[in-house]
Design a protein around this ligand. Structure first.
Ligand code: CA
Length: 530
């Protein structure tokens, strides 16, 4: 117990300097083993108050965290061994080397004599403390047979400490592991052993070096004394220098994250008298633990002040962050669908990094974060599926080949594919036509042009003074011009036989010849005047 007090005294400057710790941490790790901070999954009746913790009085977003609690309280626990399950089993109380031993019965069928795993995470009272207990060395509980205690937290937590409160002597060798998802590997948190090098292949050391996420081995809690009531507190950030700058240390933020905690009990402590094979002595060596506590907060990345219990489709209870700041996900680890204008970030004490809505000008409810766009403009939200034929990162313009009309509506250009030089029309909707092509949509030849095609239209070349009404007008397919009565030729450039002097003032184009019956053929003479 003395060493425990020294450890805490060493911890206190760290506790006071880091915002990560709270007064409830101190209260818990320093020995309030009666009960956890409160029911872990307490129902919320103060939603408004909790929400306000994520927003200041003037409604500005601020970092918020769920309450600090014993994450293990009433948690789902698996134990790989328990006394008295197959049949009632005898165990003897450890009273020291060579002394007479009082023996008792463990029987899983009799509540008052059973010691199941859930006794590790219940509320203990000063009298009538409950405990979990393994079989004894008589049944083979000895290295290398390990015993596992696995606590499932239901979701990711930011773990501040793990604490074990032993009824048996503390083990000679054991380890704490964590994992960060149901399928991930178990990562060691800490090894405890009087034989670090031999049992775990690690030097006994408190030196971390560069890697602050390395598990260390210590012999500090591996003495057989006290025979009962020994504690083992493991503080996740103790001796890890970046704890002082925890908010900016992604490495340590990962280090404290866990969804499950496992205790692997490798070797019980003994007085060495087990070598004589006395059954009473063998039955006095076993593991027994009153309490397995985990101090921490539901991990919500600074975006929730509340974590609630939910029952999934499979009937398994789990916890969920009540995400604020427009975030979502199991640990509020992403922005809501329409709030991707900035990159998602964990909240810290200077900035809540509230997710920002995309600006889609009212034409979309979906967007994604585009890093390139963000670097260029400061707004990374790229809208998806713009309605009303709109397009662009902010649905700020009409989509290709459309133009804007009154009221922000977009109308199709409908520029003819053959007759237009491009499919995009101007802001007034007019299409750019190829040579000789006309019409609003460039879908027909202009007057005096014919043979509509991908090259445009060809000129008919109608002679104005020979054309009907002095206006060029040709057949759009054949290119034949429409002539005045006394005019002929594809381009209306000739007087019919018997006519001469094509003139635009002549309604019929040419004047009949007057050769007094001698001839019906004539031509225009230079000196002819009317
Ligand atoms: Ca208990």
């Amino acid at each position: 117990m003395k060493s425990f007090v020294i450890l805490l005294a060493g911890l206190l400057p760290l506790l006071c300097s880091s915002q990560y710790y709270t007064s409830s941490y101190k209260q818990n790790v320093s020995g309030d083993r009666r009960s956890p901070v409160g029911p872990a999954y307490r129902a919320s009746s103060r939603a408004r108050e909790r929400r306000s913790r994520c927003y200041s009085d003037d409604d500005r977003a601020q970092k918020c965290v769920p309450e600090f609690l014993n994450a293990g309280y009433n948690g789902l626990i698996d134990v790989s061994n328990q006394c008295g399950v197959a049949r009632p089993q005898e165990y003897c109380l450890q009273t020291g080397y060579g002394s007479a031993k009082e023996c008792r019965i463990c029987d899983a069928e009799v509540p008052s004599l059973s010691h199941p795993g859930h006794h590790l995470t219940d509320v203990d009272h000063d009298v009538n403390k409950t405990w979990w207990q393994s079989e004894t060395m008589m049944e083979g509980i000895q290295y290398p047979n390990e015993v596992n205690l696995t606590l499932h937290l239901g979701k990711a937590f930011d773990i501040t400490y793990v604490r074990l409160y032993f009824r048996s002597p503390r083990p000679e060798s054991f380890a704490i592991y964590k994992r960060t998802s149901t399928n991930s590997v178990w990562t060691p948190y800490q090894f405890y052993s009087a034989t670090c090098e031999d049992t775990y292949g690690l030097p006994e050391s408190s030196y971390l070096g560069e890697d602050e996420t390395r598990a260390l081995c210590t012999s500090e809690f591996s003495d057989i004394s006290p025979l009962t009531g020994g504690n083992v507190p493991f503080s996740t950030l103790e001796n890890r220098p970046s704890a002082y700058t925890f908010e900016s240390s992604a490495q340590l933020q990962d280090w404290v994250t866990a969804t499950d905690i496992r205790i692997v009990l490798d070797r019980p402590n003994t007085f060495g008298d087990e070598v004589f094979g006395d059954p009473k002595v063998l039955r006095s060596y076993f593991y027994a633990v009153y309490d397995f506590a985990i101090g921490g907060r539901c991990k919500c990345n600074g975006h929730a002040s509340n974590c609630v219990e939910a029952t999934g489709l499979s009937g398994v209870r789990s916890l969920s962050c009540v995400c604020e700041h427009r975030t979502m996900g199991p640990t509020c680890n992403e922005c809501q669908p329409f709030y991707n204008d900035k990159p998602w970030k964990r909240a810290d004490s200077t900035d809540a990094y509230e997710c920002r809505a995309c600006d889609c000008n009212g034409y979309s409810v979906r967007c994604y974060f585009n890093q390139g766009l963000y670097q260029k403009t400061g707004h990374g939200g790229h809208c998806l599926d713009c309605t009303a034929n709109r397009d662009g990162p902010n649905c700020q313009r009409c989509r290709d080949n459309y133009y804007e009309i009154e009221g922000g509506m977009c109308r199709a250009c409908n520029c003819d594919e053959q007759g237009s030089s491009r499919l995009q029309c101007g802001s007034d909707g007019t299409c750019a036509c190829k040579p000789g092509v006309g019409g609003n949509n460039c879908d027909r030849c202009e007057d005096d042009y014919f043979d509509f095609g991908s090259q445009g239209c060809k000129a008919c070349g109608c002679e104005l003074s020979g054309s009907y009404g002095n206006e060029p007008n040709c057949d759009p397919h054949s290119g034949v011009c429409s002539c005045k009565r006394n005019v002929e030729g594809q381009q209306c450039d000739k007087c019919k036989p018997g006519y001469f002097n094509m003139d635009d003032e002549n309604e019929f184009g040419c004047t009949p010849c007057f050769c007094y019956g001698h001839s019906s053929i004539c031509s225009s003479a230079g000196r002819y005047t009317k």
